[in-house]
Design a protein around this ligand. Structure first.
Ligand SMILES: [Zn+2]
Length: 446
């Protein structure tokens, strides 16, 4: 696609981005049939998997028929990669066609690799450019990419900004003093990092006598990697600190650096619907949940030739809408990543997501916004203690603050936690990915 430098241009790919829902479904069905045929022809794993299930590309008469295909997950990716090095037999092209591989560390074992052909990579960068454009990035911007470059799938996304035409600064993860110096020297107007780090970096700047809102030119902050970017209270606090707009992005190392991102309306994340088909399923039954309800995100690639993924269980708990957005784009929107199945805490039988607690804590201006959840067990009963910090200068007594927060959290989550109010700046500050849950219940982590 030719880049139109006119900043008035509203959409990167107007016909695609504003087509009707029926046209989206027809496009997905057509892409999926071709993609399943490619998987069957090129991937020994899928050839065997389809044969064992007695299905094939011809089994797909409608999008609902995808539910007849078996799931795949991270464990299978790892096993097949170890069985058939380098890329595993889920890959559907010879290694000679692969031009880029990202690696995701995961918590256990050898990193899993995600391969791209040259055309996969180009299509990915065109998508990244489209997504950046929808978030308001323009060729006149100076974009500072502050994500890890080392084998991380988020690294190459800087080329999406470059394709869009923005002056792109390949900063990577440098120490915060250095990053602040880069932002100041270049007068960068946009940056991509994690929500925790955006907050940390803003506070670090203030401690150095730099007011991010006044002394720096950053007006757009793209964030990913944690739920915070979709929690309005967290986003609002980062926006105030920086005098900038915060746009949440969602990515998955086994597919793309970002698979969805916020447009300027910031009402959910537009999904890369022509590249990835999303199902939202009840994790226990595998059946689809109703639109808007929370369930596990299960993904099927539609175009990625190097390694098709069919019904990949992400472990992320999400909700979606397909209502049209005020921006005029018609793609499905991810309403939020509410947590990971691994992060979901079950306390006295109630499902509890740390992101729900975060939203309540950050609504209340008498707290700094930092928090930690401590889970414990007393007399065979689970207890939750939320440690929060009272803002400097707040005169409300600790007991009143604690009672207020307990009441609000109970109203939202159904669990009445103990609240321990601490003084400001007591809790450890997170830098990149925040760890805010401490489970002292021994083996009961769920
Ligand atoms: Zn929109």
């Amino acid at each position: 696609m030719t880049v139109d430098v006119a900043t008035e241009r509203r959409y990167w790919a107007p016909a695609l981005e504003t087509q009707s829902r029926a046209e989206w479904d027809a496009l997905k069905l057509s892409l999926l049939r071709t993609h399943l045929a490619h998987a069957q022809a090129g991937s020994p794993y899928y050839r065997a998997s389809f044969a064992a299930a007695g299905i094939g590309p011809d089994s797909l008469k409608s999008l609902d028929d995808l539910r007849r295909f078996p799931f795949i997950n991270k464990t299978i990716l790892r096993q097949r990669q170890e069985a058939v090095p380098l890329l595993g037999d889920i890959a559907a092209v010879p290694e000679s066609e692969v031009v880029y591989v990202s690696a995701s560390s995961g918590s256990t074992g050898v990193p899993t690799l995600s391969p791209f052909t040259a055309s996969d990579f180009d299509a990915w960068m065109d998508y990244e450019a489209r997504q950046f454009w929808s978030s308001g990035l323009r060729p006149t911007d100076r974009y500072c990419h502050s994500l890890n470059f080392s084998l991380f799938v988020g690294g190459p996304c800087v080329l999406g900004a470059q394709k869009l035409g923005a002056l792109s600064i390949h900063a990577g993860t440098v120490p915060s003093e250095r990053l602040l110096a880069i932002l100041k020297q270049f007068q960068a107007t946009a940056i991509w990092t994690t929500p925790s780090y955006a907050w940390y970096l803003g506070e670090t700047a203030q401690k150095q006598g730099i007011d991010p809102a006044r002394d720096l030119a950053v007006r757009r902050i793209f964030v990913a990697g944690e739920p915070g970017g979709s929690i309005p209270e967290t986003r609002a606090r980062i926006e105030t600190l920086w005098g900038a707009s915060v746009y949440d992005y969602y990515g998955l190392s086994d597919i793309f650096g970002s698979c969805a991102g916020m447009c300027e309306e910031k009402d959910g994340l537009h999904w890369a619907e022509d590249h990835i088909l999303a199902e939202v399923l009840d994790p226990a039954t595998g059946e689809p949940v109703r639109e808007g309800e929370r369930g596990e995100l299960v993904l099927t690639t539609l175009q990625k030739r190097a390694r098709p993924l069919i019904r990949f269980r992400t472990g992320d708990i999400v909700s979606f809408t397909s209502e049209p957005c005020r921006c005029g784009r018609t793609s499905q929107r991810l309403l939020g990543v509410h947590g990971r199945l691994d992060d979901m805490l079950i306390v006295r039988g109630v499902n509890l997501f740390p992101s729900d607690i975060e939203a309540v804590v950050r609504q209340d201006g008498d707290f700094t916004g930092e928090y930690r959840l401590v889970l414990d067990r007393e007399n065979h009963l689970d207890t939750v203690t939320i440690e929060v910090e009272r803002r400097w200068g707040c005169a409300v007594p600790h007991g009143d603050l604690a009672a207020r927060l307990t009441r609000r959290i109970k109203a939202v989550t159904g669990v009445g936690p103990k609240v321990a109010v601490l003084e400001a700046d007591v809790l450890p500050r997170a830098t990149h990915k925040a760890k805010r849950v401490e489970d002292r219940r021994g083996s009961v982590w769920v």
